[in-house]
Design a binder for this molecule. Structure first.
Ligand code: IMP
Ligand code: MG
Length: 182
């Protein structure tokens, strides 16, 4: 996209797939689910940047168990709607996860490659427990078998943007999730 112009910007935002209200409702339920599982035990919420930063911010405010927050970055898409198949850990956690109940907070599980690699790494550091919560799941696209402990929405094979998800780094700030298209 031409960074100096907003021309065509919103014309690529197709139908809304999930509204802000629907997201908010499901996140409240997810918060209750986390509280019920951990039952007062402290957790470490790990956001995989950048896609999950908005989800993490909203989810964190619905949980009542004591929680710490950390971030890591993994990249598998390079300005394209197709998976490159290359996963790189571009920023690691500040916490040593040993001795923590870790919850990985992901924006979307598509082929499953990114999260599979990240989970392998986190597991090798011996956390007390490890769970995965994803906002979106595209099971039709899975290449590596992987199932989240909690998936808020299952969507068909569409490229979506908004609520943290981007196309070429744009659209993360949309408060809802929409289909992206030319
Ligand atoms: P996976 O490794 O194929 O599961 O890819 C997961 C990552 O790809 C996500 O964390 C997103 O950053 C990105 N991704 C996958 N599908 C979409 C989409 O529909 N919109 C935006 N990003 C996506
Ligand atoms: Mg992501």
């Amino acid at each position: 996209m031409d960074h100096s112009s907003a021309k065509d910007y919103m014309s690529k935002v197709k139908r809304t797939v999930i509204t802000a209200e629907e997201i908010s409702e499901r996140i409240s339920e997810a918060g209750k689910f986390i509280d019920s599982i951990y039952d007062g035990r402290p957790v470490l919420l790990v956001s995989i940047l950048k896609g999950s930063f908005i989800f993490l911010a909203d989810l964190a405010r619905t949980v009542s168990v004591p929680c710490e927050i950390d971030f890591m970055a993994a990249k598998s898409y390079y300005e394209s709607t197709d998976s490159s198949g290359v996963v790189k850990i571009t920023m690691d956690l500040k916490h040593d996860v040993t001795g923590y109940h870790v919850i990985m907070v992901e924006d979307i599980i598509d082929t499953g490659r990114t999260l599979t690699d990240v989970l392998r790494l986190i597991k090798s550091r011996k956390p007390l427990s490890l769970h995965v919560i994803t906002l979106l799941d595209k099971p039709e696209r899975r290449i590596v078998p992987l199932k989240a402990d909690l998936s808020l929405f299952t969507i068909p094979d569409l490229f979506v943007i908004g609520y943290g998800l981007d196309y070429g780094e744009y659209y993360r700030n949309l408060p809802y999730i929409a289909e992206f298209g030319d």
